[in-house]
Design a protein around this ligand. Structure first.
Ligand SMILES: [Zn+2]
Length: 183
């Protein structure tokens, strides 16, 4: 039996298909973010390339936090939607990095590294939506601050509702092993 000519079927373009009848690619989904005052708004195409926790001394200092969690995006998939004029750039020549922040409210917005021109790094915390990547990687752990809370057990602080604290670890009394008194 002869098959019907392919050309005729291909002309019938259905919704969600391109001319060749293939399933059309879904439109990219975006995740948007903003600084605290809302003057600067950014957007990336989702999924981001990756996300990680940066424990370097420089990022800790610049972000004013124990460590910084960044979302890495290809520059081509990143846009400043609004307020580019409010972004102030600080170039750290020694580190080879440029950090941009909102001049009105001080929120860190962009972190660029000289070594990776195609990428731009954005604080995960400025995004209101999911970025398509979980922060599963840790960088520069050797520079981690010794005061970083790493999930140690916390208990309620007596007399201060809502405050938890990490009690100092009790020293274990030295156990003297004497075979004569062991059961
Ligand atoms: Zn702002």
């Amino acid at each position: 039996m002869r098959k019907p000519p392919v050309q005729k079927r291909a002309v019938q373009k259905r919704a969600g298909q391109d001319k060749a009848g293939r399933k059309a690619k879904a439109a990219p989904v975006q995740a948007s973010g903003a600084c605290v005052c809302g003057a600067v708004r950014i957007e990336i195409d989702v999924p981001a390339r990756w996300a990680w926790h940066d424990h370097s001394q420089r990022s800790r200092h610049a972000q004013g936090a124990a460590y910084a969690t960044y979302v890495g995006s290809y520059r081509s998939r990143f846009r400043v939607l609004e307020g580019a004029e409010h972004l102030t750039r600080y170039e750290d020549a020694e580190a080879g990095t440029t950090r941009s922040f909102c001049a009105r409210c001080g929120t860190p917005m962009l972190y660029e590294r000289a070594g990776s021109h195609t990428m731009v790094n954005l604080p995960r915390a400025v995004f209101s939506e999911r970025t398509g990547r979980e922060a599963r990687y840790h960088m520069n752990l050797a520079e981690q601050a010794d005061w970083t809370w790493a999930g140690e057990k916390l208990v309620p602080l007596k007399g201060y509702p809502g405050v938890l604290w990490e009690p100092p670890r009790k020293k274990q009394p030295a156990r003297i092993v004497d075979a004569m008194f062991e059961p």
